[in-house]
Design a protein around this ligand. Structure first.
Ligand SMILES: NC(=O)c1ccc[n+]([C@@H]2O[C@H](COP(=O)([O-])OP(=O)(O)OC[C@H]3O[C@@H](n4cnc5c(N)ncnc54)[C@H](OP(=O)(O)O)[C@@H]3O)[C@@H](O)[C@H]2O)c1
Length: 234
């Protein structure tokens, strides 16, 4: 019988690549996003359920997750949706700081809260997509890095809380990956092959983590490109 996954950020970048890998691994995938215009190929996959939802609409999120999980087991939650705003901290807009904290940290906490009983029943897995910024100093990205550090902290504690019920919690910490995440930044990932990651590099990591022998849990998985380069946008 196929397993069921709920994944945020399915409409773009890393989440879209993870959706494809999960479908190839025979998961039924409920993929959440707001705009699927760049992910139309997912709609052609019979086991993909497109869920158009603004994750910042908390009452709608609660209602949708309850409906989606009613009467079915949930084996995997992937918290991948995220937004990034960068620059000197005093120059960030208040609404953008709020969107980052809510999307990158509050939403994973809420979804985990709503689904943890189901995940305990299935001895399931939670994958949180944080970032290498969770473990380093991030000038011009202090708030973004703080949301990711918070997510890493949550994941670590949650694993210790839930491991006795068979629940696995893994934080993936990608370095710069070629996606739309930097749409609001004055820099972007390098175009040099060895100096940036591709979404498929992260979805390969997901496959590796999910196929690991069940007697162990990979709690943190960092992925970096061979070279460290970023490019200033023209
Ligand atoms: N790219 C990198 O260098 C990098 C490095 C480390 C970690 N990450 C993390 O990887 C994750 C995926 O990002 P990405 O790089 O793939 O960027 P992306 O291409 O911009 O994808 C972001 C995803 O989040 C979804 N999302 C954002 N706000 C949402 C909201 N309010 N409601 C519903 N969905 C929302 C977007 O959906 P819609 O577009 O449909 O709204 C989209 O699917 C993020 O958590 C990011 O922080 C990225």
């Amino acid at each position: 019988m196929s397993k069921t996954a709920i994944l945020t950020g399915a409409s773009s970048g890393i989440g879209k690549a993870i959706s494809e890998v999960l479908l190839d691994m025979d998961y039924e995938v409920f993929g959440i996003g707001r705009d699927f215009s760049e992910a139309e190929e997912l709609a052609l996959r019979p086991s993909f359920h497109r869920v158009e939802l603004d994750l910042l609409n908390t009452s709608e999120v609660e209602k949708t997750i309850r409906e989606m999980s009613k009467g079915r087991g949930i084996d995997l939650l992937v918290n991948c949706a995220g937004v990034g705003f960068y620059g000197l901290h005093e120059e960030l807009k208040v609404k953008d700081i709020s969107a980052m904290v809510r999307t990158n940290l509050e939403v994973p906490l809420l979804l985990t809260n709503l689904l943890l009983r189901k995940l305990k029943e299935s001895k399931g897995t939670i994958l949180n997509i944080a970032s290498v910024t969770a473990q380093q100093s991030n000038p011009h990205g202090a708030a973004y890095g703080a949301t990711k550090a918070g997510l890493l902290s949550f994941s670590k504690s949650l694993f210790d809380e839930a491991r006795k019920y068979g629940v696995k919690v893994t934080t993936i910490l990608p370095d710069m990956t070629d996606t739309n995440l930097y749409r609001n930044a004055d820099f972007e990932s390098s175009k040099e092959e060895n100096a940036r990651l591709l979404p498929a590099d992260i979805s390969d990591a997901v496959k590796y983590i999910l196929q690991a022998d069940p007697h162990m849990t990979i709690t943190e998985f960092t992925v970096r490109p061979q070279l460290h380069r970023i490019e200033k946008k023209p």
